[in-house]
Design a protein around this ligand. Sequence first.
Ligand code: ZN
Ligand code: ZN
Ligand code: ZN
Ligand code: ZN
Length: 307
Amino acid sequence: MATGSNIPLDVPESQPADNNKLSTGSSELNGRQLSRTSSISLIKGSITSTSAVHELLECPVCTNSMYPPIHQCPNGHTLCSNCKLRVHNHCPTCRHELGNIRCLALEKVAESLELPCRYQDSGCSEIFPYYAKLKHELLCRFRPYNCPYAGAECLVTGDIPTLVAHLKNDHKVDMHDGCTFNHRYVKSNPHEVENATWMLTVFNCFGQHFCLHFEAFLLAMSPVYMAFLRFMGEDDEAKNFSYSLEVGGNVRKLIWQGVPRSIRDGHKKVRDSHDGLIIHRNMALFFSGGNRQELKLRVTGRIWKEQ
Ligand SMILES: [Zn+2]
Ligand SMILES: [Zn+2]
Ligand SMILES: [Zn+2]
Ligand SMILES: [Zn+2]
């Protein structure tokens, strides 16, 4: 906000750091009689940030910006809550016993300071006061995604291109171009559902990536297989697509039509909501034909874009 603004209350970034006077008078608010010594201007309740304010809010110990709770010693030296835990109750500046004193005035300044979203480098251009920023960041569409791989808990996060490369290189996931699929799932000992089999295939179509999950698990004590699709992107974009899955054999078939779920929804969450094609094991073995000793499922499907 400080740069490129036409608001006459703005004070140049070069303002000396020792003039930390807050200008709160109503005369400043109407923009006519601003004292040029003030380094902070209050405009409709938000503070135009300057380097002086940032310096004021810099923790003297760790040099990070301080946010509530901000602590101070009886002599007025401030420090951030992280550092307070580390200094054994003694002010790092004057060695006085610290006690439990908050610096509410500085907390108010920190709260009203407008800050860029932490995912600015990923493309978010939003600016918020402190608490609104924290709230926004939990839901920011530029926040990194978790790895969609369902196996061992993978802690890798990133944007979609990063995760696509990660799935391919680190999880050795099959990658397919196109919007139709025809997959065979074969398992020789289908009675061991406890060792849950799962498979992930990634499809690249419509310039987007989709994860096709296939797995076995126990649903209310009875073994089932489930196939579902997740969209590598946000939920509002996922809704632009539909998909169908078909599985069958022995002149019978099951058809599922659904909407891919965003990978923002965890793999387990989608599975446990049963939002996909569910095949009970008896049915699956029936589709497989033979002597029920081997699982042989052929799942076909298609992804399309809704108009
Ligand atoms: Zn600190
Ligand atoms: Zn002190
Ligand atoms: Zn953001
Ligand atoms: Zn991973």
